[in-house]
Design a protein around this ligand. Structure first.
Ligand code: GLN
Length: 492
């Protein structure tokens, strides 16, 4: 069996039938991490103990402990370093959390472990998930395995690069404004952001609480469906998690699109889109039609405002969430020779000035400004009102279509260093992805083609809230019309 090409279901059945042991499988991935991680910088912490944990699972590999319900028994996974992992450092790629070791697991991590999944380590990201290129990480940029001079995307750059380079069987990312889908598109992997509330946020480092969701990054649509089954569900520890029952997302995935209406958003037409991205998108549309789908044009006028609304809301929530990093309870504290002679303001400001990077500080300042009295109504409140209008317009359009298809980004992966000094250009990169977070919808990125210089190009699907099954069905059928996700990266 070629491990790199095997699906999660195939790996799982190979383990259950003892064609391969948990130890052997973990060892294959761990070895590969040791060989290539120094090139990519995808993992920022490797869990060397994974082999012992795999050995223990091997001892328990019998029918009783390894029932059908344990979907990830012995399967080695990588987790974005934004999710708390008990006893394993969790840094959010920030100096301020450099030495933080959580005493508990995020619910997503707990669910993975309950299903028998193994943790290979923690994956690189933009600091506090703020960024689109992984360049704001305190631990350095993560490179794109398809072209080492380019970014892997962000903020879940490490999760995408590790998945593309086969440094895990599947990975977990988080998505507040596109952070799963954009790097997935840049690295040729499937990336799925669930409906807000589908997956518990408990134990995920909070960036913008009304937008954050965790989701899978995988080799295939079916694998994404399996992972979503594992991590979804109501959680008493997250009051915003939904009670809706978790579907068997990976059962009977569709193979055609008969009777499916696909919406394309009028406002997304633009001559600023790279022609190769447009070509890939048009190809996906043509193939969808061949599979029986009907294509209709829809209009969501408010979508034009999604970048400013997103950056106002996300920064405001971030400024509030990040207030907890004050050097008192946990995390980095500036070195003070004599604490008794330092006033509290100086204690906080020196610690925070040294602990946070530039992009995080920029957002804290913008967010604090938006929330301050006198400006709250004009900025934060207004942004929330426009957000509601945007959501209403999506709801209206989903009465006439099943899913929406769009590009993921305006161009393939850009060069490292190309945009980092120009925050506005970087923010505009999220033009196709932020609206789904603002409206709370599920969205996913599907590998669909390559540019002339061999850079991956994805397409994005969006669906109405809790319509993940429908979205995955469409993605599965579309996946059969391309061999993009079967292309293997070769790292020199
Ligand atoms: N690029 C966006 C930002 O910088 C999205 C990040 C995310 O989804 N975590 O906020």
């Amino acid at each position: 069996m070629e491990i790199e090409k095997a699906s999660l279901k195939e790996l799982s059945s190979a383990i259950k039938t003892k064609k391969i042991s948990c130890f052997e499988l973990a060892n294959i991935f761990l070895k590969r991490i040791h060989e290539v991680n120094s090139i990519l910088n995808a993992y920022i912490h490797v869990n060397e103990d994974v082999l012992n944990q795999a050995k223990q699972l091997d001892q328990n590999n019998n029918e009783k402990t390894n029932s059908k319900e344990r979907l990830l028994f012995g399967i080695p996974l990588g987790i974005k370093d934004m999710l708390c992992t008990k006893g394993i450092p969790t840094t959010a790629a920030s100096k301020i959390l450099q030495n933080f070791i959580p005493p508990y697991d995020a619910t997503v991590v707990k669910k993975i472990k309950d299903h028998g999944g193994l943790l290979l380590g923690k994956l690189n990201l933009d600091e506090f998930a703020m960024g689109s290129s992984n360049e704001t990480s305190y631990f350095g940029v993560c490179k794109n395995p398809w072209d080492l001079t380019r970014v892997a995307g962000g903020s879940s750059g490490g999760s995408a690069a590790a998945q593309a380079a086969h440094l895990a069987a599947a990975t977990i990312g988080t998505d507040t404004g596109g952070s799963i889908r954009q790097p997935a598109g840049f690295c040729n992997v499937v990336g799925l952001k669930p409906t807000y509330g589908r997956v518990s946020r408990f134990g995920i480092v909070a960036y913008a609480s009304s937008l954050d969701q965790a989701g899978p990054m995988t080799n295939s649509v079916e694998d994404a469906a399996v992972m979503l089954e594992v991590i979804s569900g109501q959680d008493p520890l997250d009051s915003t998690s939904s009670e809706k029952p978790v579907e068997k997302f990976s059962d009977n995935l569709a193979r055609d699109l008969k009777g499916i209406k696909i919406g394309i958003i009028k406002e997304f037409h633009s001559d600023k889109i790279d022609p190769e991205v447009t070509k890939t998108f048009n190809l996906a549309l043509e193939n969808a039609k061949k599979l029986g789908a009907e294509i209709i044009e829809i209009s969501i006028p408010m979508i034009e405002h999604s970048i400013p609304i997103y950056y106002l809301i996300a920064s405001s929530e971030a400024s509030s969430n990040l207030a907890r990093y004050d050097g008192v309870k946990y995390g980095y504290r500036s070195e003070f020779k004599d604490l008794s002679s330092i006033d509290l303001d100086k204690f906080y400001s020196q610690t925070r000035s040294e602990g946070f990077g530039d992009e995080v500080k920029r957002r804290i300042m913008l967010g604090t400004y938006c929330l301050s009295s006198g400006y709250f109504d004009a900025y934060y409140k207004k942004a929330c009102q426009v957000r509601r209008l945007l959501k209403n317009q999506f709801d209206e359009q989903f009465k006439s279509c099943d899913v929406i298809l769009s590009p993921v980004t305006t161009s393939p992966a850009f060069k490292i260093g190309e945009r980092i000094d120009d925050p506005l250009t970087m923010y505009l990169n999220d033009i196709f992805t932020v609206a789904t977070n603002l409206a709370g919808l599920p969205g996913m990125s599907l590998p669909y083609g390559f540019s002339k210089n061999n850079l991956p190009i994805g397409v994005q699907l969006m669906a109405a809230p809790f319509q993940e099954k429908k979205m995955l069905d469409v993605a599965n059928a579309l996946e059969m019309t391309t061999n993009a996700s079967k292309q293997m990266v070769t790292l020199s």
